[in-house]
Design a protein around this ligand. Structure first.
Ligand code: KG4
Ligand code: ZN
Length: 339
């Protein structure tokens, strides 16, 4: 049995997890409430909160797992992409921890890790995992990608957003409606009580398997501005229908390109990952596609949709098997990642 400690600190969640091979023994996350009142993540505050959270989070992860730190085989950490100040906290801690215990250090790519979260097993679980090659729609606050996954580490982005990410579109639309941050879960909840066909919004075009969302955001903004001229209470009176219509449009844009990619590559193993994969409508659309298109779909449990360290630890496990270790000079990277 190989015990890996995973550390994730790329954005605003401080997380630590312990895995025994691919089985999750613990996954502890401290979320940062401090950003809520600013309507978005404030990098400097995130970095400071990580510094406060990291020791107790790691302590708890080891305690819940029941694994003394001396029994660990390696430490895996998120090297990037993410916010520099946030990444520095996890990276520095991982290095110091590994040095102190004479453990190998393993770097993980945050976006690849979101995909590899599909390989995490819960204790006493024998969940079916995607077969290679598979396609993964990776949708978060900062990314929207269709990734061709050939192997645990051989991944190719075959389509991606040329402007805003899907999560960012949810968040910006919520901000326009004066809803709290992060807007994705709020819109999801409101959409459940709304009519998705009430307001038709455009599907911005992008070539190949790429996405574009900025035109949708702009037309949503202009539509609300015009409607508010006639009725100052328009948003309040229609927020459920607005949310449902916007959500339906985003999902339809996501699923359209994913379907084209699946047909092009002749792949029927289709996964979804990242924060937006928590969206009820997107999860339903994936299940529907399984029935309609003959796909075998993989939808992560809610706890693995948003940022977590279990996905970093499982990435670390696969690298550990290959003895793919990192030197202590590895500096965080803020952009890029897969490919
Ligand atoms: O992967 P993630 O936790 O962090 C990043 O790496 O970006 O994704 C966060 C994004 C936010 O934009 C948030 O609004 C969105 O995921 N999100 C959702 C839902 N839950 C989180 N979007 C739509 N519906 C949801 N239920
Ligand atoms: Zn993420």
């Amino acid at each position: 049995m190989t015990y890996i400690l995973g550390i994730e600190s790329s954005c605003d969640d401080t997380s630590a997890a312990v895995l025994a091979d691919t089985t999750m023994l613990s996954n502890v996350t401290a979320s940062q409430e401090v950003h809520r009142k600013y309507g978005g993540v404030v990098p400097e505050l995130a970095s400071r909160a990580h510094q406060q959270n990291i020791v107790p989070v790691i302590h708890e992860a080891l305690q819940v797992a029941g694994i003394p730190k001396e029994e660990l085989h390696a430490v895996a950490f998120t090297r990037g992409p993410g916010l520099l100040g946030s990444l520095l906290v996890g990276t520095s801690f991982a290095k110091a921890f590994a040095l102190g215990l004479d453990l190998p250090l393993i770097e993980a790519d945050h976006m690849k890790a979101h995909i590899l979260a599909h390989f995490i097993q819960l204790p006493a679980e024998n969940k079916k995992v995607p077969q290679f090659p598979f396609l993964c729609l990776t949708v978060s606050g900062g990314h929207t990608q269709i990734v061709l996954v050939r192997d645990y580490f051989e991944m190719e982005i075959v389509g991606q957003t040329i402007d805003d990410a899907a999560g960012e579109t949810f968040d910006k639309a919520a901000k326009i409606m004066s809803l709290p941050y992060p807007g994705g879960p709020v819109i999801d909840k409101l959409a459940a009580a709304g009519d998705p066909d009430r307001f038709p919004f455009p599907h911005p075009q992008a070539k190949g398997f790429d996405y574009s969302f900025s035109g949708l955001k702009t037309s949503f903004l202009y539509f609300l501005r015009d409607s508010l001229k006639n009725n100052p209470h328009f948003i309040d009176e229609n927020k459920e229908d607005l949310s449902a219509s916007l959500q339906k449009t985003i999902i339809s844009i996501l699923m359209h390109k994913l379907t084209l990619a699946a047909e092009h590559y002749g792949i029927n193993q289709i996964a979804v990952a990242g924060g937006v994969s928590a969206n009820t409508g997107l999860r339903r659309a994936m299940q529907q596609a399984q029935a309609d298109k003959g796909w075998e779909t993989f939808i992560p449990p809610f706890s693995f949709t948003t940022d977590n360290a279990a996905m970093i630890a499982v990435s670390g496990y696969f690298k550990y098997l290959q003895k793919d270790f990192t030197t202590h000079s590895a500096a965080p990277y803020t952009r890029g990642g897969i490919g």
